[in-house]
Write a protein that binds this ligand. Structure first.
Ligand SMILES: Cc1ncc(COP(=O)(O)O)c(C=O)c1O
Length: 371
């Protein structure tokens, strides 16, 4: 059977093979495998790409959120507002610090946190908001920034799925107090393993995360003087070497994703009963995922049918976080976030990646049509 994958990392690699090989060889020959030239160069390149003053390379997107929270001195019992419709790491990073994730339901069209529902959840314990630009589509940052400012809250952007997306022509990752990015291989900018970065304009946050990622040391070589209780979460040199190559291709790849999304939009909007993605006003998504929505009850049948025909569609995410076993202690129940619950039963991510061919997309849509 002719498979259409959800994404095709081999096709991506074939575009960059020679450059990656050269760069990785140079890395091996350098003999410097932790916090060397590649990481330093990537941090510089990434600040240029995103448009912040600073960036700190870390071991994963999860740690990028965790370290951003640690740098804001969150403490036991603090409350952090976030969305229940995201990847688990957004909320576990909050919970790991003894802070309490306080969920706020999503908008039924963009699937991002609903700014109109945030105010009601703010208490004297609320310290900040972690927003997630889900599938690449930016949140309504004007409203969120204004709520945060009025209530003296910090905003951390979970940009794991939105590397290159813009809001009012500004890249996400520049809009909050810190931006947390994942370079997990499937992301729009993916490493060859786990990797992440934090972006910020705040020098204090930058300096603190640089220290925290390296056991809280004071930055003096071989001084072994630790000013914070940190963790080991450095961006690997070898991952930075790969990312330095791939960052040069990102604009082109993101553009190709947007073109593919346009093709899907045009073809699928003709089919009744299927909702195409709705973009937040004044924003541009990089379409990390292309997510359609189908009437309750039909989604799982359609998924089975697509998979039978070799089309690798997926569900992100089938269970909202307030219903995850690990968050049972928070005391939420079914029905608490009706939009997230409903959407989790109706969304379906279609194959999308820069190298996807329009003929492959036509095959996907033909199947949707016949369904
Ligand atoms: C929204 C979101 N947040 C956080 C993460 C965590 O990133 P990582 O897998 O690099 O730890 C991911 C991706 O995996 C994600 O999609």
């Amino acid at each position: 059977m002719n498979i259409i994958p959800q994404l095709d990392l081999k096709a991506e690699y074939s575009e960059i093979k020679n450059q990656v090989k050269k760069r990785v060889q140079r890395f091996f020959e350098s003999g410097r495998y932790i916090l060397g030239q590649e990481v330093e160069e990537f941090e510089k390149n990434f600040t240029k790409f995103i448009g912040t003053k600073y960036a700190v390379g870390v071991a994963s997107g999860t740690d990028a959120i965790l370290l951003s929270l640690m740098a804001h001195n969150v403490k036991l019992g603090d409350e952090i507002i976030t969305t229940p419709f995201t990847f688990i790491a957004t909320a576990t990073s909050i919970a790991r610090l003894g802070t309490r994730p306080v969920f706020v339901d999503i908008e039924s069209d963009t699937y991002n946190i609903n700014p109109n529902l945030i105010k009601k959840k703010i208490t004297s314990k609320t310290r900040g908001i972690v927003v997630v630009h889900l599938y690449g589509n930016p949140c309504r940052m004007d409203e969120i920034q204004s709520i945060a400012k009025k209530n003296n809250l910090f905003v951390i952007e979970d940009c794991a799925q939105a590397c290159g997306s813009t809001y009012h022509n500004q890249k996400v990752g520049t809009l909050g107090h810190a931006g947390a990015f994942s370079f997990y291989p499937t992301k729009t900018l993916g490493a060859a393993g786990d990797a992440g970065i934090v972006t910020t304009d705040d020098k204090k946050i930058y300096e603190k995360i640089r220290s925290l990622r390296h056991h809280g040391d004071d930055g003096r070589h071989h001084a072994y003087n630790h000013i914070f209780i940190g963790i080991n979460s450095r961006l690997d040199e070898v991952q930075a070497a790969v990312l330095n190559v791939k960052l040069k291709f990102l604009l082109k790849w993101n553009k190709a994703r947007c073109n593919a999304a346009n093709i899907y939009d045009q073809l699928i909007s003709k089919i009744s009963g299927i909702q195409i993605p709705v973009q937040t006003p004044n924003s541009r998504s990089v379409f990390h995922q292309y997510v359609i929505r189908i009437q309750y009850g039909k989604r799982d049948q359609l998924l089975t049918r697509l998979r039978e025909k070799g089309i690798q569609a997926s569900i992100y995410y089938p269970v909202p976080l307030h219903l995850q076993p690990c968050f049972g202690y928070l005391g939420y129940r079914k029905g608490d976030f009706p939009t997230s619950e409903r959407v989790s039963n109706e969304v379906l991510s279609l194959p999308i990646y820069p190298q996807i061919k329009s003929t492959q997309q036509e095959r996907v849509v033909a199947l949707l049509n016949s369904f």
